[in-house]
Design a protein around this ligand. Structure first.
Ligand code: F6R
Length: 360
């Protein structure tokens, strides 16, 4: 049986230090939040709607912020992961374009089109063409610390976006005084030097790395289920799926109810202690069905006292699970060469030449 407690083995596999990056999670988020919340940003007068666009590891920052601020955001908020700008985007729109590299063509296409329609643009990146576009054309720009794989920069991207949402008066949600110490305590229990017998992230990884993991969250934890899936895709190089409650109770539940002897799946339920009663009842019902169909499953219930703390705590947990799953599968968590190969192909054709022309 492969061990997760042998530091020399994990070090050999982790050639670019994905585990080490997780050490900076809490500070990275808080520093980015502080910087962005003090930025001088302004929404257009008579703000009509907000669009946050970004792909993959960058785009998830938008989902996380939307999941938290939607209940208080005074205007409609859309998350876009595509080339096509919605018809509602115009001079009264605020468009936040997020691309860690600054060179992702879907995000650049939307940023250019948003500007052409007279929308107010805020660029978020660690450089690249998005920085050039924002700076040279008088749009607001928020830099994010460079040097990470895009998905590993999530704490920075998420902190930047949440800080920007506050600076733009779309939200009032801010880290509370106890957040950092709570997260550091949780973090200490997930680190590689904590042996598998008492490390829940290692235990989850052991159970799911040979199955098809399916993640469920509700409300602000729904985007964390998406993050869990994407981290398993990219870090552990394995197929994983996610969905959210209550929606999945109206379709996927039927499929679970037909699974035979577990069906090769693993289900990760991401919950909050104070979730609404109707959501709690739904999770309990799903668990009953999964138990009947003998599907291996585990529940993670964050303990932080605020929704923001619970989102960060659950993010940290699933990120560790994904890196440990990579080690159990014998793969290096960092490289995602095939994404780069596709970007190279598209860089020579697709939208890239047109984007380059419009950016000149
Ligand atoms: C790579 C990763 C990818 C990228 C995506 C978009 O670590 O997570 O999902 O985030 O290809 O690229 P960026 O983030 O540079 O806009």
């Amino acid at each position: 049986m492969k061990t997760l407690d042998d530091a020399s083995r994990t070090k050999r596999l982790d050639s670019q230090g994905m585990l080490g990056v997780l050490d900076g999670y809490v500070d990275g988020f808080l520093q980015a939040y502080r910087a962005a919340s003090h930025a001088r940003l302004a929404a257009p007068a008579g703000l009509g709607n907000v669009l946050i666009c970004g792909m993959g590891g960058s785009g998830i920052g938008g989902n996380l912020v939307a999941g938290l601020i939607r209940p208080e955001c005074p205007v409609p908020l859309t998350i876009l992961k595509d080339y096509q700008v919605p018809g509602a985007v115009g001079p009264k729109s605020l468009v936040i374009a997020v691309s860690y590299s600054g060179n992702t063509e879907e995000t650049l296409t939307v940023a250019l089109e948003a500007r052409a329609r007279g929308a107010t643009l805020v660029g978020v990146s660690s450089g690249g063409q998005l920085m050039k576009l924002a700076k040279e054309r008088g749009s607001a720009y928020l830099p994010v610390e460079a040097g990470f794989a895009p998905r590993a920069a999530l704490p920075h991207l998420f902190g930047t976006l949440l800080g920007a949402a506050n600076a733009l008066r779309l939200a009032t949600l801010a880290p509370d005084a106890g957040l950092a110490s709570h997260l550091r305590r949780v973090h200490a229990g997930l680190k590689p030097d904590v042996p598998e017998r008492s490390n829940p992230a290692k235990q989850w990884a052991r159970e799911l790395h040979v199955r098809l993991p399916v993640w469920y969250g509700a409300g602000p934890l729904a985007p964390v289920a998406l993050r869990a899936r994407c981290q398993l895709n990219e870090n552990a190089k394995m197929i994983s799926r996610n969905d959210e409650l209550p929606e999945a109770n109206h379709n996927e539940l039927v499929a679970w109810n037909s699974v035979k002897r577990g069906g090769g799946y693993f289900v990760g339920l991401l919950r909050q202690p104070d979730e609404p009663k109707e959501i709690a009842r739904r999770f309990e019902f799903v668990e009953t069905v999964l138990a009947r169909r003998k599907v291996p499953r585990r529940t993670f219930t964050a303990t932080a006292p605020t929704p923001l703390g619970r989102v960060l705590e659950t993010l940290l947990f699933v990120d560790y699970v994904s890196v440990y799953a990579a080690f159990l599968r014998g793969v290096d968590p960092t490289p995602v060469d095939v994404i780069g190969a596709l970007k190279d192909v598209l860089g020579k054709s697709g939208r890239a030449p047109e984007i380059r022309k419009r950016l000149r």
